[in-house]
Write a protein that binds this ligand. Structure first.
Ligand code: M6R
Length: 366
């Protein structure tokens, strides 16, 4: 049932090219020139007249929500708030009939997310679900939604569900932006074209598995890790840190790279590994200065870079290369090596990666 892999987590990491393909099937046309998420088209009036979107989720799904905010705000110019479902449900939040609440959940059974949906629904908001488990409680409680169609996820650490959620959020933002005319035809075509290439690019990253396994051996000693990224890659840093702490029990924190100087830099010494997502998109130059600051304090830098990068390669201790893509799709490629890094570090430490201590696959209690 693990398809020849030693763990479900590794199987699910390796399934991602196929999963993303399945997720896009029937939604992106074969020519790669159009995206249609049917729920968006069916409810476009409701969605387009929304004052704002509020995305509620927990854990990894909350990280996908942060990427969704960035995508929807930049393509659709609709304000988006991202909330931990557990905080939202108890805060007596301001919600009205003009709000659209997007609930993201792999299992569709997370108690806090379900309660957030029920609360928002009782205040008259329109609820859109992004889930994986077909027929689970959250999709049943929503007005509409889109399944991510990545197949059952068994490993407690979420991997393919995250990339599936980000893929659906990208298609949602594109479909809505086209309806709203808030994206140029040229940009629309470019993003769809690049999105279509993602499964092939993920395959290329997975070819680095052995190299990442070797690299991981160096870091089994670590007690702490810092993950840094900016823009679209900031949630990737959070997700990389969560994966590591869940399965290897190494304390890890993700930060937006520019926040480092406001505190976390005090932690950096020769014992501190820092993973920096420094692709050649967005804030590349600024990330180079962050890496220099870390090196000046003797921290060990593992950089995630764009193929052919020479600048970061000369200053970082270790580099993992990614095929080039556009900035908004960086999370779909940059997350994969971080999943592998966490997996191999945990395996080197002899941990039970599929069923880490104290964690459950669906958190159906508060
Ligand atoms: O099923 P959900 O997406 O609602 O689950 C949310 C979180 O419990 C989940 O993402 C959790 O953080 C994972 N263990 C992350 O790997």
């Amino acid at each position: 049932e693990k398809g020849g892999y030693p763990h479900f987590m590794l199987k699910e990491i390796f399934e991602q090219p196929d999963c993303i393909h399945d997720c896009m099937r029937g939604r992106i046309n074969v020519e790669g020139t159009n995206v249609v998420l049917s729920a968006v088209i069916d409810y476009k009036e409701k969605l387009l007249k929304a004052n704002r979107f509020i995305i509620v989720a927990c854990g990894t799904s909350w990280h996908a929500a942060l990427i969704g905010k960035h995508l929807i705000e930049s393509f659709c110019r609709i304000p988006v708030e991202v909330e931990y479902a557990s905080e939202f449900r108890y805060r007596d939040p301001v919600i009205s009939e003009d709000d659209v609440v997007i609930a993201i959940s792999q299992s569709g059974e997370t108690a806090d997310t379900l309660a957030a949906v029920e609360l928002a629904k009782s205040k008259g908001a329109f609820i859109y679900g992004i889930c994986n488990a077909i027929g689970s409680s959250i999709p049943r409680a929503t007005h509409t939604g889109s399944y991510i169609h990545v197949g059952p996820e068994i490993g407690v650490a979420s991997t393919k569900a995250f990339t599936g959620q980000v893929t659906v959020l990208t298609m949602l933002a594109l479909t809505l932006a086209k309806e709203k005319n808030s994206i140029s035809q040229e940009e629309f075509l470019n993003v769809v074209h690049e999105l279509n290439q993602i499964p092939e690019k993920m395959k290329k990253i997975l070819e680095n598995n052995d190299k990442i396994a070797q690299l991981s051996k160096i870091f089994t000693y670590a007690h702490n890790f810092i993950y840094l990224g900016r823009g679209y890659s900031y949630p990737v840093a959070l997700e990389g840190a969560l994966k590591l702490k869940e399965i290897s029990y190494i304390h890890a924190e993700g930060y937006p790279a520019a926040e480092m100087k406001h505190g976390p830099i005090a932690l950096i010494d020769a014992e501190m590994p820092v993973v920096v997502v420094a692709t050649q998109n967005g804030m590349y130059e600024k990330l180079i200065s962050n890496i220099q600051e870390i090196k000046a304090r003797k921290g060990k830098v593992i950089a995630i870079v764009t193929e052919g990068d020479e600048v970061v390669k000369n200053i970082a201790d270790y580099c993992i290369e990614l095929p080039e893509t556009i900035e908004c799709l960086d999370p779909l490629v940059a997350t994969v090596p971080l999943q592998l890094l966490a997996y191999h570090i945990a395996v080197c430490k002899g941990m039970d990666v599929d069923q880490p201590r104290n964690l459950a696959k669906s958190v159906t209690v508060e």
